[in-house]
Design a protein around this ligand. Structure first.
Ligand SMILES: Cc1cc2nc3c(=O)[nH]c(=O)nc-3n(C[C@H](O)[C@H](O)[C@H](O)COP(=O)(O)O)c2cc1C
Length: 262
């Protein structure tokens, strides 16, 4: 059996009715103004200096990316750090030679995977960070792989959709993800959240980024030898912001267009 990974946080428990219960109270002392500064100073940077990103910074940012919330804890992301000069040149071309890609110190292809639900559900149960897996959790991870398996030509998905819509007449039911494209969307949501963590982490380290979906997906797939089960979500260009690296002021429309009280 593989070694259990170190829990991200210290395992603290309290006793509730004689049984140990995991205990993680809300931390205090978070510096709101520092957080705000990170969020507000993040811009899409299209021109970087030649200063490299130290390896420990890159690794720290990737680690923070992977602390993003993810559906069912199943971490459907992958990050390809494109390092070889040849591959990097091809990736820049695949990014339509955007200036951000051409000048970036690092190019990170962020990929959503749809095919690891089964493997990671089993891994989750094997590596559960408490001595006992609660029965509900166990059942959940035993069932999930069936939920997210669309079957050939979405055949399982269609059967599940039909059954669910009958059940849905009387109660609230999950309406997906069942089809292949719904499962892709499922993986893309969590991966995009990791991308946001990634760019904020770079900013907190004093570096900048440009998220790019302006790339030729076919070429990126070929370059990284990605199959149907892997979907490149975005390429993150990262580096030190050039003085003239931001091309215009940030534009956000009035909040009334987006925030609704109902
Ligand atoms: C999913 C996504 C894809 C993007 N693709 C590109 C891109 O291909 N090229 C680019 O220059 N900017 C790209 N951007 C950056 C946006 O243009 C930018 O976030 C937006 O104009 C707002 O500016 P700000 O990031 O400075 O706030 C992308 C952003 C997102 C979130």
């Amino acid at each position: 059996m593989p070694a259990k990974p170190k829990p991200v946080r210290e395992l603290k428990t309290v006793s509730v009715e004689g049984k140990p219960r995991y205990y993680e109270p809300a931390p205090d002392g978070i510096d709101l103004e520092s957080f705000r500064k990170v969020v507000m100073s993040r811009r899409s940077v299209r021109k970087f200096t030649a200063r490299p990103i130290p390896e420990h910074v890159l690794n720290d940012c990737l680690d923070m990316a992977m602390l993003a919330p993810c559906s069912s804890g199943l971490q459907p992301w992958e990050f390809y750090i494109v390092r070889s000069a040849d591959k990097k040149a091809k990736l820049v071309k695949a990014c339509m030679s955007q200036l951000a890609a051409k000048t970036a110190s690092e190019l990170i292809v962020c990929v959503a995977r749809t095919d690891r639900v089964d493997e990671f559900s089993r891994k989750m149960l094997r590596e559960w960070p408490m001595p006992d897996v609660p029965p509900l959790v166990k059942r959940y991870y035993q069932l999930i792989p069936y939920n997210y398996a669309p079957g050939p030509l979405n055949s399982f998905a269609m059967v599940k959709k039909a059954a669910i819509s009958v059940g849905g007449l009387v109660t609230a039911v999950p309406r997906g993800p069942f089809t292949h494209s719904e499962v892709q969307l499922w993986a893309a949501k969590s991966t995009a959240l990791a991308c946001e963590n990634l760019v904020l982490a770079f900013r907190a380290h004093g570096f900048d980024t440009c998220m790019m979906e302006g790339f030729d997906e076919h070429r990126v797939r070929k370059l990284l030898k990605l199959g149907d089960e892997a979907m490149p979500i975005m390429v993150v260009a990262a580096g030190e912001r050039a003085e003239d690296g931001v091309f215009w002021p940030q534009i956000r429309f009035e909040r009334e267009l987006f925030v609704h009280e109902v």
